[in-house]
Design a protein. Sequence first.
Lengths: 241, 203
Amino acid sequence: MSMLELGRVSKSYGQGGAEVHALRDVSLTADEGAMVAVMGPSGSGKSTLLSIAGTLEEPTSGEVLIGGQPVGDLSRGAKARLRRRVIGYVFQDFNLLPGLTAAENVSLPLELDGVSGRKARVAALTTLDALGLSGRASHYPDQMSGGERQRVAIARAMVGERRLLLADEPSGALDSVNSEAVMRLVHDACKNAGMTAVVVTHDAQLASWADRVVFLRDGRVTDQTAPAPGPESLLIPEQNR
Amino acid sequence: MSVRHAMLALLSEGPKYGLQLREEFEARTGEVWPLNVGQVYTTLQRLERDGLVESDGTGGEGPQKGFRITADGERELARWLRTPPDLSSPPRDELVMKVLVALHVPSADVHAVIQAHRRYLVELMQQWTRIKEDDAWSDLNMLLAVDAELFRLDSVIRWLDAAEARIKRAAADATAARAEQAGRREQTRAPLPRHRREARIRG
């Protein structure tokens, strides 16, 4: 079943001669447990696509379905609930609150959603533990490395019953080892925890962690990769050695 | 990588038998680089002839013969490790040529050509990345070799991205230049202002 579906989504800003088309007729599907990367240069519409998928912006035309439910039909309150409970966001600059510990940053979205402080803390610690960050639970963001901060941000995006993870250049500011750790986490969240992830990036090494890579150019989906065969075909068969 | 220096590297860890060298050579390189394992024994004979390894004289010429590296062998290995491979002249790159040719073929859409290559490269990178996902494949040697391949493919994709941006900019500049030229032509064809017409008649 598809967790996220964008059907012929267009988005434009401004009017008349000043009208800018950020997205044109974009259709995209991400099934449950799938990791989809959207690759494109700056200004290709990647971030707009993610904002619309995350219900942070409305499309000018077209339809967005999350978990089979058309988002356009939802009331403002229902949309806000969807954002709090189902969707997790990861940004390039982590967006952690500096005055809160890792555990508090992760539990915050649950508490804002009315979950009791104790239950939210237990859920936050469970998620941090699953991401190998239990030793960092009581640390503040400025006591952690960039890689650790982004892993905490991913924990915050996964905590509770969240099913859809939307990441905008999640490892843009990290070195290659930490970038790989972040992509591995997102990948494992999809394969082991059944999350669905859409990651936008201009970086092919990061995109190659995804099951499918969609190419965006000038607001249009121009192409996508076919399912990759296993690695065996790259390695030399025993009999040929 | 030459079989010769691979043998010296393996022997730098300590004395080994021919069969052991063959097996270790295969395990460390065979999965990623297609090297000819059949060359192992002949290479060892040549290394012995050149004084870079010495044998213990037991086990005849077969797999049970033991080898150790000599001081000259250690020096040759150190020299080889520090000598950069010749990267001074760019290789004839088929992909670069295809993009350059596409620019001059009127029926070819150079952006579609670039995208076809970009997609293929990303698909290859996805395949290499699958190796990293599976712990069974991922020993340190394999991970380093996979990283090398991923960085190489990534650099080609970056070149395609840069080429596409440059081609787009060149096309935009050409369009702007044509519009400017057309504007100038339009101005020269426009009727002269009245005072200049009168001046011409009087003159």
